[in-house]
Design a protein around this ligand. Structure first.
Ligand SMILES: Nc1ncnc2c1ncn2[C@@H]1O[C@H](COP(=O)(O)OP(=O)(O)OP(=O)(O)O)[C@@H](O)[C@H]1O
Length: 768
């Protein structure tokens, strides 16, 4: 066994593997020389041969030096680092076959982190006072802020909200007092939804009193529209609103969000609504095509996650909506309705200097923050560099791990294994990745059991018994999944479950049909047992999912703002929470500075998690363990997943798609951060390993490629080629203009597609 690079040996039986299958992986040169070596290989018993260890870390080396007792076939299972041949005895090959060995290169040639400094996460850090909790000083109550006694009583008795949060205090006071437009900006999980809904509901409830005779009812007119970028968020806002309106049953709210039959939405609009929650695309559709939608009385327009709505290509739709609202606005017959419309933008990452504000008449908007007198805030704003960054809740403990590309998958598995080792320490975790294909791939990897093959039928028939067995396993697995979810989006998280703490796995992305998205999200939200959700940014903003203790950013977010929202799914409303981000050695390490900016104290709550410790803790017995046992186990796990992918065309295809989409998505980091996520510095060969692929990316052909993808592929190749050339020439600082242009174009397309996802249907890139 090699000390460092773990060697696993497989005697390859000719009857099991066809000759051409023996030389997979590596470049064509590697395969050619491997073939030549094998042709000149001494027969068993002829004595040892020199072990040619590959310098290419992605290569599967073939060697003839291993003693016969270590031989295995590629189809053997490995448990606990063991080397037993698990096939039925009748099928086991005698060990006098040619000893050819695959070399696992998981622990070799990995780049080291450039900067190993920074406080480790096992060192004690000072507990920070929560910054997004309700104000429990007893002075601030909802009644004191000017809400009507009935609404305040409803909050206290029915919704069990005792005191406002700081942003609610600031916003209720301001929005009840004045008619001016407003920006509401406060940390994630600080109660911004109620911060804008409470004054809105109060104002509309007050109209009923002004209308003494008949009172306001659902036919009186649509007074407010709330826009949000995702259907999930719209539904969530709508639930909060419905709960509030239980104390004013004469007022009615509704949603138009797409993904549902337009006919039923039209019917709801026809019956009459006073407050409408909508995605921009669907609202535009109804404004254009639904005559019963009368917006002449709309006096409040709220843009929840306003920066996202402005950012993502929604601006055209927003512009259209505002123009139509302006054009159709009429004096209202209901007494007390203001003459002008108020617009409110709300987000944790709202920049006051957003361009295009003029287009939606927010020129003189008031900036409502949690605590305008906050000294830290003043100091922060004095610093120009940090002006663009946003705070995260102070009690949120963030850490980063610098993990080499090849070790990413195995490290994520190890981290989740460790996380769920004991019942109760972590209830729910969210794993964010960059694209839908990767979500699907990880879901399959994590829901399979170690050693499970899952292929239906062997082509050559040699594996027949095993095939039958696997067919049974597959059926069982399908049944198990069907019990959990009729849609295949929920499964046991076998890769990190243990008998004492079974974990349920969920997958969520924008390419799933809406009813499945809703079902899966509800299931995760309502789960009372340990659960993990692997998802794209479709779940990054605004969603209020209870008991999320941990957020893992396996793929860093496309922008620092998105990162703030992702980690904001935990540590909400004063509760504790943890977040971990995976960074690769090299330019990605510079992202740590951005992470630090989210804290008042320069990032004391930001720590470094040692990548080796993750593997040791996940695959070894204890941290102190000096044995290499954890390396063997990690390698064993990785090899097992690789074999599973190799043997199942369906999963291999899934892995390839995931890899391709991941690489494409990588090119879409915002321009300001692209130096930290430089596609030219990605080692595609290493990265492939974290998608269970032994092939280098150049050989990956995705069937059904649309026109344009081929081009993108060439661009990546060209980019890599030019980067390699430059590296050889000792200059890797600049890239080809063509590649930059291609990356920009890819980014533009991707963002347009993301927008589609956030509000509408699926796209070819499957990002959201
Ligand atoms: N005053 C309050 N007291 C207790 N709980 C509250 C209060 N206000 C809001 N909450 C609860 O806090 C949670 C977070 O609220 P909300 O989703 O509005 O936060 P947010 O600031 O909009 O977060 P994000 O920035 O992620 O969208 C919700 O579960 C909500 O019910």
């Amino acid at each position: 066994m090699a000390d460092d690079g773990m060697l696993l040996n497989f005697a390859i039986s000719d009857s099991v593997i066809k000759p051409e299958a023996k030389f997979k992986g590596g470049t064509w040169r590697d395969r050619l020389s491997a073939k030549k070596r094998s042709q000149h290989q001494p027969k068993p018993g002829d004595g040892g041969n020199k072990n040619h260890e590959s310098k290419n870390p992605n290569k599967i080396a073939i060697s003839g030096t291993r003693p016969a007792k270590r031989q295995k076939t590629e189809f053997n299972d490995f448990e606990d680092g063991g080397d037993r041949d698990r096939r039925p005895r009748s099928q086991q090959q005698p060990s006098q076959r040619d000893p050819r060995h695959f070399v696992s290169s998981l622990f070799t040639s990995n780049p080291e982190p450039q900067n190993a400094e920074g406080p480790r996460n096992d060192e004690p850090i000072e507990e920070a006072k929560p910054t997004n909790a309700p104000l429990i000083d007893g002075i601030d109550t909802f009644t004191n802020l000017g809400l009507s006694p009935s609404l305040a009583a409803h909050l206290l008795t029915k919704l069990e909200l005792k005191a406002p949060t700081a942003i609610q205090k600031a916003s209720i006071t301001q929005l009840l007092k004045e008619e001016s437009d407003a920006f509401i900006q406060a940390e994630t999980g600080s109660g911004k939804t109620l911060a804008y809904l409470l004054p809105l509901v109060q104002r509309i409830m007050a109209l009923s009193k002004a209308t003494k005779e008949a009172g306001v009812h659902r036919d009186s007119g649509l007074f407010a529209i709330v826009l949000a970028p995702t259907r999930e968020l719209c539904k969530q806002i709508s639930v909060v609103l419905e709960n509030l309106l239980r104390c004013a049953t004469w007022l009615v709210c509704g949603t138009v969000i797409g993904g549902e039959k337009k006919k039923s939405e039209k019917a709801r609009l026809r019956k009459g609504l006073n407050i409408l929650v909508a995605t921009p695309g669907r609202l535009v559709d109804h404004l254009d095509n639904t005559q019963v939608l009368d917006v002449s009385n709309v006096r409040w327009l709220v843009l929840d996650e306003g920066d996202r709505l402005m950012d993502m290509g929604f601006e055209e739709e927003l512009h259209g909506i505002v123009q139509k609202l302006d054009a159709r606005q009429r004096p209202c017959q209901v007494p007390g309705v203001p003459t002008r419309r108020t617009t409110i933008l709300c987000s944790a990452t709202l920049k006051m200097n957003v361009q295009r504000l003029g287009e939606i008449s927010l020129k003189d908007a008031v900036h409502i923050k949690a605590d305008p007198e906050d000294e830290d805030e003043k100091a922060r704003n004095a610093n120009k560099d940090e002006e663009e960054s946003f705070r995260v809740p102070a009690q949120l403990k963030q850490s980063y791990a610098v993990v080499a590309a090849k070790l990413r998958l195995v490290s994520l598995t190890a981290y989740l294994k460790r996380t769920f080792i004991r019942k109760g320490s972590v209830m729910k975790a969210i794993v964010f990745v960059s694209c839908a294909d990767e979500v699907d791939f990880l879901f399959e990897v994590f829901s399979r059991k170690h050693g499970e093959r899952g292929h239906k039928k062997d082509d050559d028939g040699d594996d027949e018994n095993e095939s039958e067995e696997n067919g049974e396993v597959k059926k069982e697995k399908e049944k198990e999944r069907a019990d959990l979810s009729p849609h295949g989006t929920i499964a046991p998280g076998s890769a990190f479950s243990n008998p004492a703490n079974p974990v349920t796995l969920h997958r969520l992305h924008g390419s799933l049909p809406q009813h499945i998205r809703t079902f899966t999200l509800n299931s995760f939200a309502n789960s009372k047992t340990a659960s993990v959700m692997v998802c794209t940014d479709v779940a990054a903003r605004g969603l209020d999912l209870p008991n999320v203790d941990l957020v893992i950013e396996y793929d860093p977010a496309f922008s620092a703002d998105d990162h703030t929202h992702r980690i904001g799914r935990t540590a909400r409303l004063g509760r504790d929470g943890r977040a971990l981000i995976f960074l690769q050695p090299g330019c990605e390490e510079n992202y740590v500075d951005i992470l630090k900016r989210g804290y008042r104290d320069g990032g004391k709550a930001l720590t470094r998690t040692d990548a080796t410790e993750i593997l040791k803790r996940g695959f070894g017995r204890s941290t102190e363990s000096s044995s290499k046992n954890w390396e063997e186990k990690a390698t064993d796990w990785q090899m097992d997943v690789e074999r599973w992918a190799l043997e199942n065309p369906e999963y291999l295809e899934m892995a390839r798609r995931a890899f391709q989409s991941h690489v494409r998505a990588y090119a879409t980091h915002i321009a300001a951060e692209r130096s930290m996520f430089n596609i030219k510095e990605l080692h595609l060969g290493h990265l492939a390993k974290s998608f269970a692929l032994r092939d280098r990316p150049g050989k990956i052909n995705v069937p059904g490629l649309r026109p344009g993808k081929e081009e993108t592929k060439k661009d990546f190749k060209a980019g890599r080629g030019s980067a390699l050339g430059k590296r050889k020439a000792g200059d890797d600082t600049t890239g080809g203009a063509n590649t930059d242009e291609a990356a920009r174009e890819a980014a533009r397309k991707m963002r347009a597609k993301m927008k589609e996802h956030m509000s509408g249907g699926a796209s070819e890139f499957n990002l959201a």
